[in-house]
Write a protein that binds this ligand. Structure first.
Ligand code: CTP
Length: 395
């Protein structure tokens, strides 16, 4: 099976901290992981399947008796790259230690061979009980990562060790296990996002349907991996990303001016913006009457990325995007060569797909001829895959 390195099974046990696992799921998604949630049946008393399905965007099962033709316990075990079980109750830890398979999650744990991290959360006296401690020791001996619960206020009035750790602490530990590193520290990444607009008159413009979501996802991903990130955003509704140097522009010429200022200092440039290929020769100061539309004269905009690659220095990596509706591969290969790019992400946008969506489907083309198919995945995940590829080239 072709693994992405970013598929996670999030197992949820029947502890009150299950509600905190909702935030954990979101943060995992921000880190570029694709997450399938597998709650234990009793954990649904705390957080129901509808919440997990809505947050993960995937079907949620708790028993092997559901989705029988899909053989979920084998299919999910095969697909996953990592397991994270959070929160894990004393009972769930005992069942895993004993090798039981009495719900979907414990079946999966037996069926998988990938790394598993467990985040226990329970009352201090249950955590300290010799049975639990022996089970935890057994799991650690088998190679599972079992986090220490945090110390502090418990569900009731008392306090002690047993609290579910902070989400950021869990993510840090999990990143150590998955090998996700701050691998872009010291690198300057320049990203363009959105779609440029070329004014026709005070009311109208030539524009396109790009929302900028992919460019913002790329900026967020590069930031989380430690890069210094500049984002040149054209007509995007999203708020500024704290920690990213933001430059808001409207037209292609403004975008080019901004990119040229930042280009020389950048190690990696990702041009995800959709640039209007043409603009009116003259911007009318008054609203043009519809009878005169036929007389609007257009001229070509410069090709921004091609302008930049002509000035590239050694070691710079440049990534383009292509949105195609037909002859995808041929057209994308041509763009990769004619614009002198290192990588190109080819989006299939037939029927207006992708624009404004949180997910994407396409292929990553490498100038060395390699083509990596991208099955439907979130724009966050694609961002990390593209950064992984770009990083190989940055060396
Ligand atoms: N691009 C650019 N400047 C332009 C047009 C496109 O920098 N004037 C960049 C885009 O940001 C993208 C890549 O070139 O990274 C491909 O964009 P696309 O619109 O698919 O290609 P075009 O060259 O405009 O070709 P066409 O519209 O004819 O398919």
């Amino acid at each position: 099976m072709n693994k992405s390195g970013r598929e996670v099974v999030l197992g949820v046990g029947a502890g009150i901290a299950a509600y905190k696992a909702c935030d954990l799921l979101r943060r995992l998604q921000d880190e570029g992981y694709q997450v399938s949630v597998v709650p234990t049946p009793s954990s649904l008393n705390f957080v129901g399947s509808a919440t997990w399905e809505a947050l993960s965007g995937r079907s949620v099962y708790t028993q092997v008796w559901e989705n029988v033709p899909g053989v979920t316990h084998i299919q999910l075990a095969d697909k996953a790259d990592f397991f994270l079980i959070a929160p894990a109750t004393a009972d769930l830890i005992a069942r895993i230690a004993a090798g039981r398979a009495d719900d979907l999650l414990t079946n999966l744990v037996l069926a998988t061979t990938v790394p598993i991290m467990i985040v226990p959360a329970m009352h201090t006296s249950m955590w300290n009980d010799p049975a639990t401690q022996t089970n935890v020791a057994t799991l650690r001996q088998r190679g599972y990562i079992v986090m220490e619960p945090a110390v502090g206020r418990l569900t009731g009035a008392d306090s002690g060790q047993g609290r579910f750790p902070e989400t950021s602490t869990i993510i840090d530990e999990f990143s150590k296990m998955t090998g996700a590193k701050k691998d872009l520290v010291g690198k300057r990444v320049l990203i363009s996002a959105g779609g440029t607009r070329e004014p026709i008159d005070p009311v109208r413009f030539i524009g396109n349907r790009s929302s900028g979501k992919q460019g913002f996802a790329l900026a967020q991903a590069a930031l989380s991996r430690g890069a210094h990130v500049s984002l040149v955003a054209a007509n995007c509704d999203m708020a500024d990303i704290p920690g990213v140097s933001m430059y808001r522009v409207e037209r292609a010429d403004q975008m080019l001016t901004q990119l040229e200022k930042l280009f020389a200092a950048s190690d990696l440039v990702i041009m995800s913006a959709a640039v209007a290929d043409a603009k009116p020769k003259q911007i009318s100061l008054e609203k043009i009457k519809k009878a005169l539309f036929g007389s609007i004269e257009l001229e070509a905009n410069p090709d921004l990325i091609a302008t930049l690659t002509k000035k590239r220095r050694d070691g710079q990596v440049i990534v383009g995007f292509a949105a195609e509706t037909n002859d995808h591969m041929i057209s994308a290969q041509k763009k990769l060569e004619s614009k002198d790019l290192d990588l190109l992400y080819l989006n299939d946008v037939s029927g207006g797909a992708i624009f404004g969506s949180d997910s994407t489907t396409g292929s990553i083309l490498d100038r060395n001829g390699a083509v990596i198919p991208v099955d439907e995945m979130s724009k966050d995940t694609l961002s990390h895959l593209l950064l992984d590829q770009a990083l190989h080239k940055l060396g």
